[in-house]
Design a protein. Structure first.
Length: 257
């Protein structure tokens, strides 16, 4: 029996096999969870279905673009119909325009700021509102993905750093709001991992190098390091933990210089 057997978990953010969300999916599947996966749009449906071929046949796959009006409601209506209830939700999505992820932060545009906040931070609130009625009183949890740029200045991370600060604050407000309904909400602050989204940050390679040199564990983290922690946070083992940002960064964030 796995730690998550008998539990239903929805994962928003699998795009390809490098996605952090895919590491989380593998850890949850290994521990016996039944999964639902979203895909962002028609173009991304096939790659997600191909990956899901490795998962059991009762895996639910449905569209959800958090910027499309009505998509979140339609998504959770599908999940209610197919799964009945949820024990966990994983938020592993973010987006900012390429030209906002480099250069001078002072040039951040209102449109770029708004879009980064909508997809990367507000979506946690919108998705939590949709998921909560299906999670009511089940001692389940929600997990989202943040990064160190939320609290310290990381070159080129710019508008996404501000969105991640908003995501971490939203995690605390949601934890307070949803705790009485038996729902925990936590964030994982992951070290840099080479994914499609990450490659959009100018000079991303130097973040990987710097972490491997300076982190106490002298290495980078990978999708499974994050996947196993997300699984733990959603599992009954973490039933006393909510509103926290947990670092999965080989210790990088404790270093002063
Ligand atoms: N890779 C890293 O170095 C790193 C480090 C810390 C945190 N994170 C965070 O991890 C999460 C997952 O990113 P990843 O690195 O696995 O990259 P990824 O490109 O594999 O995943 C990003 C996902 O966001 C989804 N997405 C973007 N816009 C969307 C929208 N409008 N509606 C619905 N979904 C949308 C994409 O479809 C994709 O599945 C993000 O929140 C990211 O900021 C990544």
């Amino acid at each position: 029996m796995g730690l998550m057997s008998g539990k239903n978990v929805v994962i928003i953010g699998v795009a390809n096999k490098r996605s952090i969300a895919w590491g989380i999916a593998q850890a949850l599947h290994r521990e016996g969870a039944r999964l639902a996966l979203s895909f962002q749009n028609a173009r991304m449906e096939e790659p997600v279905r191909k990956l899901a071929a490795d998962l059991p046949k009762d895996t639910v796959i449905a569209p959800c673009d958090v910027t499309v009006a009505g998509d979140i409601d339609r998504f959770f209506a599908t999940l209610q119909k197919e799964m009945g209830h949820l024990d966990g939700m994983v938020h592993s999505i973010a987006f900012a325009k390429h030209d906002e992820l480099g250069g001078n932060f002072v040039n951040t545009s209102w449109e770029g700021f708004q879009l980064a906040q909508q997809v990367s931070a507000w979506s946690l609130i919108g998705l939590a509102k949709g998921a909560a009625p299906l999670m009511e009183g089940r001692d389940g949890g929600m997990v989202c993905l943040s990064y160190y740029g939320a609290e310290k200045v990381v070159p080129n991370y710019n508008v996404m750093g501000v969105a991640k600060a908003s995501l971490e604050a939203s995690t605390r407000y949601l934890a307070s709001d949803l705790g009485p309904r038996g729902i925990r909400v936590n964030a994982i602050s992951a070290g840099p991992i080479k994914t499609v989204s990450a490659m959009g940050v100018a000079d991303f390679g130097s973040l990987l190098d710097s972490m491997a040199q300076k982190a106490p564990l002298r290495r980078n983290v990978d999708q499974m390091d994050v996947g196993n922690t997300a699984m733990f946070l959603l599992s009954p083992l973490a039933r006393g933990i909510t509103g926290q940002t947990i670092y999965v960064d080989a210790g990088y964030s404790i270093m002063g210089a």
